[in-house]
Design a protein around this ligand. Structure first.
Ligand code: ATP
Ligand code: MG
Length: 586
């Protein structure tokens, strides 16, 4: 029951002293990035164990607001909400073969009857199976079904708080269509819903092309929030707007203009294995070297040559070779294929004369380069790749991870590399899952056809932290009003004075009645402490109610995003309008 003469008993009120808010002065020891530090210090979440968090009342409010935005935009896009179990039977995963291929990221367990289950890391199998049982006719299509449900992944390195946790909230949606055009429409429908979701969360999220993985050349975009703390690299081209993650990003490179060189010769490079070591030993820059690595592609060794200062992009390599899997070869394989240990291998006369050799496009025409001699502790100098290694034109392709300044494959302008946090992904799946489940519909001639699918994920809990990463300063979080735990904090500076408390409480009721959520800081603390906490948590608007201010004409209104000096004093009865305006101008 509410007291203090309130009429509207159904209006929620929140006083700091009853809110369980606890802010911390110290950064948590395991926090590397600002948003993780602020998440904990502002009392939004608490770590329960590595990669596992409890959402505290403040964090829960923001999480619910993000969920609600996601839900509204999914509903607006015509998607249907359901909820499916977190505990998923192994049989469904066996249907697609993913029970074995998901690897250690999937949590597996048994019930008392020894039946196997997974804690859902995603739900393609469950949704495809549901669609198969719910959909029989083309008349029911297209349809998109979604849920907002906890997901589990045994990440190799859970870190950065909610960004990469073992348990996280994801919105996952799955679309079912009769044909490719329909699947295309469903895809863009979700893509545009995602644009609206992130914009409403106050986030600048950019769609970037990504690699379709096992789904061949299928279309997929990741939505990234640009932030230096992001785990992913993204290549951007200002010239044509091309944006792709580093797995996918393609580049153009002109053949090199090396001058002819004399016959190659051996040089001793004892113990100098890495490019850095050999470069230092011979006193030459890394780009004069050819880095040669042996991979195993679908069980067969392949040598990949790239310029010494570049890294192999395994996704591109896999595509170029048309292989199902590629991985670096073990020591034994390297020795057998080349005659030397890693660090001294090269494309000139490897031990296995039939070893397939491919090279990055930037090495086309490379002459006078240094390569491993296929003999431990030796390199070859003055190598002409075409002359000495017999690498033919068809064996060159774009095989490296792009770098800042690389040339855009689309328009020829230089690209820039930025860091991003993946907050969502949209994916055209084709019939990979529906074919495995034989999820078919009948067309108008009563013939069976496999449905065409798409899947669409939003990392809801990761988005919460991405907002903090994008919106903070040295004092704390600067919440966008749409997802702030409370939009307004009323600082009652004199909670022991009934006349001041009445103004603060009346303002609270009036704001709630106007649909603005508000918390009253009723602590008997010094103003400095209260303001520091308000800045740390980052409520969009702070209203100060104190005896001194009231005597001087009113309450003080300040937006968190404004400079400290920018403050407005208004009479208490004009406060609601002024606060509304402050929130709108936010
Ligand atoms: P990542 O590459 O970051 O591991 P993913 O591409 O494997 O993510 P998806 O399968 O695309 O993830 O899942 C949809 C969304 O769920 C991601 O875009 C991301 O926002 C979120 N997400 C994925 N893994 C985690 C995690 N461990 N913790 C929090 N959110 C996650
Ligand atoms: Mg993804």
């Amino acid at each position: 029951m509410q007291q203090s003469g309130r009429i509207w008993y159904n209006i929620p009120i929140m006083k700091w002293t009853k809110s369980l808010i606890q802010t911390l002065r110290e950064n948590p020891g395991d926090a590397e990035i600002d948003s993780h530090k602020l998440l904990i210090r502002a009392g939004l979440a608490r770590k329960v164990a590595g990669g596992l968090y409890a959402y505290l009342p403040l964090g829960m409010r923001s999480l619910k607001k993000i969920q609600q935005i996601v839900r509204e935009e999914m509903d607006r896009a015509g998607a249907l909400e359901i909820v499916s179990p977190i505990l998923q039977p192994a049989e469904l995963w066996r249907t697609t073969g993913r029970w074995d291929t998901m690897g250690p990221n999937m949590f597996k367990l048994r019930d008392r009857g020894e039946h196997e289950f997974a804690l859902g890391p995603t739900a393609e199998e469950v949704f495809t199976d549901l669609a198969k049982s719910l959909i029989s006719s083309y008349r029911q299509l297209p349809v998109t079904i979604y849920q907002i449900q906890w997901k589990f992944r045994d990440e190799t390195r859970p870190r950065f708080g909610l960004m990469r946790s073992k348990e996280f909230l994801m919105k996952d949606a799955y679309s079912f269509d009769t044909d490719a055009d329909g699947a295309d429409r469903s895809y863009w429908n979700m893509y545009h819903a995602y644009e609206r979701i992130y914009a409403r969360c106050g986030l600048k999220a950019v769609p970037v092309q990504a690699d379709g993985g096992d789904m061949g050349d299928s279309m997929t975009h990741e939505f990234h929030v640009l932030a230096d703390a992001g785990e992913d690299g993204i290549a951007f081209c200002d010239g044509c707007g091309y944006a792709a993650n580093l797995e996918k990003a393609e580049r153009r490179a002109a053949p090199c203009a090396d001058a002819d060189c004399p016959a190659f010769e051996e040089v001793a490079t004892p113990n100098a294995k890495t490019i850095e070591e050999v470069a230092a030993f011979l006193g030459l820059p890394a780009d004069r070297f050819v880095k040669s690595l042996v991979y195993i592609a679908d069980g067969k060794p392949v040598m990949v040559c790239v310029q010494g200062d570049r890294d192999v992009n395994e996704v591109k390599l896999k595509r170029f070779l048309g292989a199902k899997s590629v991985a670096l070869a073990d020591f034994g394989t390297v020795l057998k294929a080349t005659g030397a240990n890693a660090g001294f291998v090269g494309p000139v006369a490897p031990a296995d004369a039939s070893l397939k050799i491919v090279a990055d496009i930037a090495l086309k025409g490379a002459k006078g380069r240094i390569v491993g001699a296929n003999k431990d502790d030796f390199h070859l100098k003055n190598v002409d790749l075409a002359r000495d290694a017999k690498i033919v034109d068809a064996d060159y392709a774009d095989l490296v991870v792009v770098k800042d300044g690389d040339i855009c494959a689309k328009c020829g302008k230089p690209m820039a590399i930025k860091r991003g946090i993946e907050v969502g992904q949209v994916f055209k799946l084709g019939t990979k899952y529906s074919a495995a489940f034989n999820a078919v519909y009948k067309n108008d001639k009563l013939e069976d056809h496999v449905m065409i699918m798409g899947c669409y994920g939003v990392g809801v809990s990761r988005t919460l932290q991405a907002v903090i990463e994008q919106c903070h300063d040295k004092d704390g979080i600067i919440w966008p009003a749409s997802v702030a735990p409370y939009q307004v904090i009323v600082e009652n500076l004199d909670p022991d004075k009934p006349e001041v408390t009445k103004v603060a409480d009346d303002l609270e009721s009036a704001l709630e009645a106007a649909g603005i959520d508000v918390i009253v800081d009723d602590r008997a603390e010094r103003p400095g402490v209260k303001f520091k906490d308000a800045d740390l948590i980052g409520f969009p608007v702070r209203v100060v109610v104190g005896a001194k201010g009231l005597a001087n004409g009113g309450v003080e209104i300040k937006r968190r995003c404004d400079d400290k000096s920018k403050m407005q004093v208004v009479a208490p009865d004009a406060a609601v309008e002024a606060i509304k305006a402050a929130l709108e101008g936010e």
